[in-house]
Design a protein around this ligand. Structure first.
Ligand code: FUB
Length: 307
């Protein structure tokens, strides 16, 4: 029955489009959304939850990419990147983000390192937002022994990348501790030390965006995860905590957001576990809702919708 509804969803996705309803992708389980606005389209990058119904952990081997010109009709492209494309990694296509620089697309991903215990961050590159992508570095950009603010081995995950108005690029990431570092123009090497940001009850999933003169650092807060955020006049802080942006998203103990502006509207993209019967914390689905700002630049709490 699930397989049949998946086939139906795929047909409607590819032939007649999907309705504006949440989740936006229903023929596969998708998690950890990141979105890139490029030319007149949005590229939605997700992880692929493949856990069997009775398997209560993540089973994620590849990332997916979808594109849309209207945030309603999503076209799925060929699988652009897999854990197996990183020879030094052994598992876990976890959260990731793509950014464009000088005509190339850089994809920062979380994986489990094959030899250095724990999570690690790699970077892949492509000439196209839909790939194919290849390992840009041949080794991890961040591994467990580079970040010492905690002694846990899973703190090097969930990269978010941002290029400031002066051209300086930054990578933020982390679990329990939020780390950041400057990236060189080549986007595959750090240019300076790894620093930390002090944020209340930071769990993981940082996302940086800018609007007018404000920088926003949103992140997964507490556990089960809500989304909270901080604001600053500078990309390097100081950050002022502004509270909760989104509540725990239905039936998923993680919450992972992307925030974009596209064609004069602001969007909050996240995942929940709402697909009936099998959906849950390890079989998640990407959803999209509008995001609204107050006059002082703070963000209004997201109202999660199902259509
Ligand atoms: O999808 C695996 C992990 O769950 C991500 O890396 C975290 O952000 C959480 O969503």
């Amino acid at each position: 029955c699930r397989r049949l509804s998946g086939v139906f969803a795929l047909i409607s996705l590819t032939m007649s489009g999907i309705r504006a309803q949440n989740p936006v992708i229903t023929h596969k389980y998708t998690a950890d959304p990141a979105a890139l606005v490029h030319n007149d389209s949005v590229y939605l990058y997700t992880g692929h939850d493949e856990a069997a119904k009775d398997f209560n952990f993540y089973d994620m081997k590849e990332w997916l990419v979808f594109s849309s010109a209207d945030m309603v009709h999503w076209k799925e492209h060929k699988v652009p990147l897999r854990v197996s494309d990183f020879k030094w990694a052994k598992a876990d296509a976890w959260a990731a983000q793509v950014i464009e620089r000088n005509g190339k697309f850089y994809w920062y991903v979380t994986v489990t390192h094959a030899t250095n215990p724990g999570k690690a961050i790699g970077v892949a590159v492509s000439d196209s937002p839909t790939g194919p992508f290849r390992d840009a570095l041949g080794k991890a950009l961040v591994t467990n022994d580079m970040t010492k603010a905690t002694d846990i081995s899973w703190d090097d995950l969930d990269p978010t990348v941002f290029i400031d108005d002066d051209g300086q690029a930054y990578l933020y990431w982390g679990n329990t501790v939020c780390y950041y570092a400057r990236l060189k123009e080549n986007m595959i090497e750090f240019d300076g030390p790894v620093l930390t940001v002090d944020l209340p009850e930071f769990t993981e999933a940082p996302w940086i965006h800018k609007r007018s003169d404000w920088y926003y650092l949103s992140y997964a807060y507490q556990f089960p995860e809500k989304t909270a955020y901080a604001m600053s006049r500078s990309i390097t802080g100081p950050w002022e905590f502004k509270g909760i942006l989104n509540e725990v998203a239905g039936n998923s103990n993680t919450n992972h957001q992307a925030i974009i502006r596209f064609k004069d509207k602001d969007y909050f993209i996240y995942h929940n576990g709402s697909i009936p019967t099998d959906g849950g914390s390890f079989r998640r689905s990407v959803c999209i809702d509008y995001l609204y700002y107050n006059e002082d630049g703070t963000m209004k709490r997201v109202i999660m919708t199902s259509e």
